[in-house]
Design a protein around this ligand. Structure first.
Ligand SMILES: [Mn+2]
Length: 317
């Protein structure tokens, strides 16, 4: 029996938590567990608590059952924490972790601190959904659960593109396809589809991008006044840095947006050579080898200058 099944033994209530600003893997894994428990453990009362996820995930069964407010008395026999590397990532719902009788953490972040009573962390897995698949019994996975798992996998792999995609990832995706998931629609509507203003700011970011370092690096920035003009928030910035990264000849892409005057959120991507997690951690951030981020202060000129110094250092190695 898997740790998920043993953790549910003799439990009457379970809460499912993810991380702040939930992404596709977070929403997908939380609702996968929700659907799986509803089907296979009907005696357990299960509730998902998350910050309001994006409407584009509304096709996932259980989306409208997600609770977004912390109750006064956070209590549960079992607290299942998903896709969250440490306690603080649980955000407003952290209180459940200490109140619950028992906790189970399922994750794929290499930095996971093992904060659960039981932890299933596989840093080689593409996504938390991939880890979850192994904890579930094949016969118990409905089409609805499969749609949730498939969504998490495509979001964390960039539709099977990033280097975290393994043979096993593809095998699991194949098994989920066999459950009848509408993969074309899921990929198109939840991953590639953007709102009109998201397309507009993407276009603007590309139009105003600047190549430097003999075309090996590219950067673009969105200022607060531009974000206000288009009526966009940080949530609308997804995918812009990826579009910069795939520019012909580019090794390293930088995308900045202004959070407050002179304070920038920095996203970094690289293709083969630069370890952007080293660059990001130098400035107090973190992430993965090919995708990382940090927050920096100063003028745009200073921020890009400081970043490029660290990048150029690695390009010369
Ligand atoms: Mn994930």
């Amino acid at each position: 029996m898997s740790l998920l099944h043993t953790a549910l033994e003799n439990k009457k209530t379970a809460v499912v938590l993810g991380h702040m600003n939930p992404d596709g893997d977070c929403v997908g894994s939380c609702l996968a567990v929700y659907n799986y428990l509803k089907d296979c453990f009907p005696q357990v009362e299960v509730t998902v608590y998350l910050d309001q996820p994006a409407e584009k995930y509304a096709y996932l069964n259980g989306f409208y059952e997600i609770r977004t407010e912390m109750p006064e008395n956070p209590e549960a026999d079992l607290c299942i924490c998903l896709d969250s590397g440490d306690r603080d990532r649980l955000g407003d719902f952290l209180g459940f972790l200490d109140q619950a009788g028992e906790s189970l953490c399922v994750d794929h972040h290499i930095t996971n601190t093992g904060y659960g009573d039981k932890n299933v962390v596989d840093a080689d897995a593409s996504s938390t959904c991939e880890v979850l698949y192994d904890l579930m019994e094949e016969e118990g996975i409905s089409k609805e659960t499969a749609e949730c798992l498939y969504t998490g996998i495509i979001h964390d792999t960039g539709v099977f593109q990033y280097s975290n995609t393994s043979i096993k990832t593809m095998e699991i995706a194949g098994k989920l396809m066999a459950k009848g998931v509408d993969f074309s629609t899921i990929i198109s509507d939840s991953f590639y589809r953007k709102t009109y203003v998201q397309k507009q700011i993407l276009g603007r970011a590309l139009l105003e991008s600047i190549l430097f370092c003999d075309g090996k690096c590219i950067f673009s920035v969105l200022r607060k006044k531009d974000m206000e003009f288009y009526g966009v928030t940080s949530k609308d910035m997804g995918g812009i840095v990826e579009q910069l990264r795939t520019t012909d000849g580019v090794e390293c892409a930088i995308f900045l947006y202004e959070k407050t005057p002179q304070e920038f959120k920095v996203s970094l991507r690289s293709n083969k050579q630069v370890d952007v997690s080293r660059v990001a951690s130098y400035f107090g951030g973190g992430g993965h080898v090919r995708a990382a981020g940090c927050t920096m202060n100063g003028s745009i000129h200073d921020v890009v200058n400081n970043l490029s110094k660290q990048i150029v250092k690695q390009l010369g190695e």
